[in-house]
Every structure is written in structure tokens, then in C-alpha cells.
Design a protein. Structure first.
Length: 478
């Protein structure tokens, strides 16, 4: 079902996000435990020379907990993945906790007036490791129980005729569902029939990942499989001996003892995705408040200028307006109406000769005769797109990303164009601030692909900062 595929992705994000507040709480609890032992249970064994006020100690413990979380993150304890070996995570907790407590000792040294209890420092370190380890084991056991129940399992297609690796993976995945993999198909080679079957699985939402295990596969075939995976937003992995690991964005690991290389689709994944969503929610909420007077005046102007609805959310035949979003999923779309009612259907017929773009699937029309007087103004300054802020708030769009895609346009995309569907469409983006409608379709795809592969929080902020000057410059706006 479509829900199953979404649940798989969200479950891994949810577990990774859940670990941060859990670890913070457990480290904080460790500090409180250390304090209670020293100043309550063990106070009779050794007299207290200097007692730090409890309120001040709690504030200091909260800061210490943040230091621990930072070192946990640097140790890779919050990376997005399926369940790992618990032994590996426990060793990382020990190393990260030891490094964090050393940072705390340095802090105490420079703040010598705080307290001088070596017992509290050592006890807090010990309990932080113990509590965090117990918490991590509990979360991973819960994750494995859900995987055994089929929640969050990655559905995999294996391509390869290798007589050792392929049977091993199939056997182990079937025997150990807690690993989080379920083999839905196995193909000896990647040919036309295989590609057709994989395409069927994708359309049925029955495939999440492709693993290539054939050591004799040709580089050209491997590139075709990678292209198929990227165009259909599938995870792509191959056994480590297939290629030299020179790829720009890869992660090397092991499954059942077999070295596996995963070609990451983009930087904007895992914690990047979580950060971007939080940034979108806060940013859109603030912008809705700031631009609400403009939206109110625009609504009044549209109503006074021409008959019809204020928002463009329904087509002339009564069907909802849709755009194609992340991973090719359609969503209900809206913006301020800028055209006369009853004229939208002319877009691809009577006005074809006015198309400013003579190549590619996108249609851009200069001096569109269907646009109202108010519509011309709000299009010029992109005011018609302000209602998209509500779509950002509910998670259908992003503040920054590729343009929203029309279903009829996406139907004409080639595989290389579908790369732009791997993220949510944005109100603004690298392509709009680089030329808006003056860009060719191929230039727009190239720029959006660069954005996806090189995303960073600072890049989003830079694009947002540049957007007002582009909008008021009015270049390419029609």
C-alpha cells in the first residue's frame, strides 16, 4: 500500500529523532542521580564541604546534557539508518561519553567556583553511559519488534547471479526479519524484462531498494540500474567489489558480513530532512503573519477586479487543482487567482503558439490574454504564490526547492528530469533566483539537480535572502 512505503521512511526518521530527547533526558537524569547519591545517600560517609545549590546544579546539568548530545551526534549515534548492531552503538556511547565528560571537566576547571566534587563528575559519567546504553538498547529492541511485525521493513529487489553473496543475502533476510529487509524479487540480470517488472513494483509502491550483487556486471548495466533507481527515488546499493568506491556521496557498511556500498541519493536526507521541515514550519508560520495584510489586500483586489473565486484551487470542470510533489505524489494546490474564470483549459490548445518555451514540457506564456489586471500585477511580484505558505506549513511544499510540477508536464519528463521530484517543490528555489521563466527547461533541471545534490541549510538561507531582490527586479516574471 502507499502507506507502507511512507511508514518505512518515517519510521527511520522517527526513531532517529526520538533518540535525541531520550538521550538528553537520560544524561540529565544521570546528573541528578549523581547529585542525590553525593548529597543524600552518601552524605553521612563523607561530610559535605561545599554544596552547590540544587537549582544552579540543574541548570548546569542541562548544559552538560547538551554537551553530551553534541558528542553523541559527532560519534554518529543519530545517523539515519535501520537498526544497527547494539554492540557498535554501545561502544560509541562509551567513547562519546568519555570525550564529553572530559569537556565538562575542562569547563569545571575554568569555572572553579562551581563545585569540586570528583565523585559527582565520575558518577555522572558512569550513570550517563549506563542510562544512555539502556535507553539505546530499549529503542533498538522496540525498532526490531516493529520490523518483525512488518512495520518499517525495506522491500528489496536483488540483481545478480553470484552464487555466494546473493543466496546468502536472500537467506539471511528471510531468516532475520529484524534486520529490516524483505526480498520481493530476485533477478539474474538487468534486462528489458527486469526493468519492466521493477517499474511495475514501483508503481504498486512495492519496492524501496535495489541491491546489485553480480561481480561480473558491466559498468554500463550498473549505470543503467543506478539511473533507474535515482529516477524512481529508490535506494541503490551494490557489493563493494563491483566498483571502486569513488562516488561522491556514498556510505559503506556490511550486511550479513558482505561489504555493501550505498549510493546516497542526496544530502537532503536524514537529519537534513528533519532540519528542513522544522525550518519550513517556523519560517512559513512567521511569513504568514508578516504577509497577512498583503494577502488580505490582494483578496479584496481580486474580488473587486473580476468575478470568480479569490483562490485558484479548482479547475474549470470542477476538479481540484493538483501539482506533483515529492516522489511523484500529487497534492492539492492553491494560489491567488490571476486569470479570468473559464479560461484555464485553453492553456495547451488555443494558446500553444504563444508559448515562450519552444522546447521541454513546460509552458510559459508572455502577455497571456487570460490574465486580469490585478493578475498581471500579482504575477509580476509573485504575490499570487503567497497562499503556498499554507502548503509549506502543512508539509506539502517547502520554502526552497524546485518549482511545483503540473501533472501534464511531469507525464512528459524523461528519467533524468524526474530527479527534481526527489524533494518537495518550493515557493522559491535556485532556478527561480537564477532567471525565473527566462531559463530553458534543461537549464532549470540542471540547476535544481545541483541544488538537490549540494543542499545545505546555508544554501537555503542564501536563496531566501536573494529572493526579494529577484522578485522586485521582475526579471523573467510572467
Amino acid at each position: 500500500s502507499p502507506y507502507y512505503k511512507r511508514a518505512m521512511k518515517k519510521s527511520e526518521l522517527a526513531f532517529a529523532a526520538l533518540l535525541v530527547p531520550i538521550d538528553f533526558f537520560l544524561v540529565f537524569a544521570a546528573a541528578v542521580t549523581a547529585y542525590s547519591l553525593r548529597y543524600h545517600y552518601f552524605a553521612g560517609l563523607r561530610p559535605v564541604v561545599f554544596e552547590i545549590p540544587y537549582r544552579e546544579y540543574l541548570l548546569f546539568s542541562a548544559a552538560v546534557s547538551v554537551i553530551f548530545i553534541v558528542w553523541f551526534a559527532l560519534a554518529g549515534l543519530y545517523s539515519i539508518s535501520g537498526p544497527r548492531r547494539i554492540k557498535l552503538e554501545l561502544s560509541r556511547i562509551f567513547l562519546a561519553s568519555s570525550t564529553a565528560i572530559m569537556a565538562v571537566i575542562v569547563l569545571i576547571f575554568f569555572k572553579g567556583d562551581l563545585f569540586s566534587s570528583r565523585f559527582i563528575v565520575l558518577a555522572a559519567w558512569f550513570f550517563a553511559m549506563m542510562y544512555a546504553s539502556v535507553g539505546r538498547v530499549t529503542v533498538r529492541l522496540l525498532q526490531r519488534l516493529l520490523l518483525r511485525a512488518g512495520v518499517g521493513t525495506r522491500r528489496v529487489a536483488i540483481i545478480g547471479s553470484d552464487t555466494r553473496t546473493t543466496p546468502l543475502l536472500i537467506k539471511e533476510f528471510a531468516k532475520n526479519p529484524a534486520m529490516g529487509y524483505s526480498v520481493v524479487e530476485h533477478f539474474d540480470a538487468f534486462d528489458a524484462a527486469t526493468e519492466t517488472r521493477l517499474d511495475q513494483l514501483v508503481k504498486q509502491n512495492g519496492l524501496d531498494e535495489i541491491i546489485v550483487t553480480d561481480p561480473a556486471i558491466q559498468r554500463e548495466a550498473l549505470s543503467r540500474i543506478l539511473g533507474f533507481a535515482q529516477s524512481h527515488h529508490l535506494i541503490f546499493k551494490y557489493t563493494a567489489d563491483l566498483l571502486a568506491t569513488h562516488a561522491k556521496n556514498i556510505e559503506i557498511g556490511a550486511i550479513c558480513g558482505v561489504p555493501i556500498v550505498e549510493v546516497k541519493e542526496m544530502r537532503l536526507d536524514g537529519w537534513g530532512r528533519i532540519f528542513k521541515r522544522i525550518f519550513d514550519m517556523v519560517g512559513s508560520a512567521v511569513l504568514i503573519v508578516v504577509t497577512s495584510p498583503i494577502m488580505l489586500l490582494t483578496a479584496i483586489a481580486i474580488k473587486l477586479d473580476s468575478a470568480g473565486p479569490i483562490l485558484f484551487s479548482v479547475l474549470d470542470d470542477g476538479t481540484p487543482v493538483t501539482r506533483v510533489g515529492e516522489h511523484g505524489k500529487p497534492f492539492r494546490y492553491l494560489k491567488f487567482r490571476s486569470m479570468r474564470p473559464g479560461t484555464h483549459g485553453l492553456r495547451y490548445t488555443d494558446l500553444a503558439t504563444l508559448d515562450a518555451r519552444k522546447e521541454g514540457p513546460l509552458v510559459k506564456i508572455k502577455n497571456d490574454p487570460r490574465v486580469t489586471r490585478v493578475g498581471t500585477f500579482i504575477r509580476k511580484y509573485s504575490i499570487d504564490e503567497l497562499p503556498e505558505l499554507f502548503l509549506v506549513l502543512i508539509g506539502k511544499m517547502s520554502l526552497v526547492g524546485p518549482r511545483p510540477h503540473l501533472p501534464e508536464e511531469v507525464a512528459k519528463y524523461h528519467d533524468r528530469h524526474r530527479r527534481v521530484l526527489s524533494v518537495k517543490p518550493g515557493i522559491t528555489g535556485m532556478a527561480p533566483v537564477s532567471g525565473r521563466a527566462d531559463l530553458t527547461f534543461e537549464e532549470e533541471v540542471h540547476i535544481d539537480t545541483y541544488y538537490i545534490e549540494n543542499w545545505s541549510p546555508w544554501l537555503d538561507i542564501a536563496i531566501l535572502a536573494r529572493t526579494p531582490s529577484v522578485v522586485f527586479g521582475r526579471k523573467g516574471a510572467y
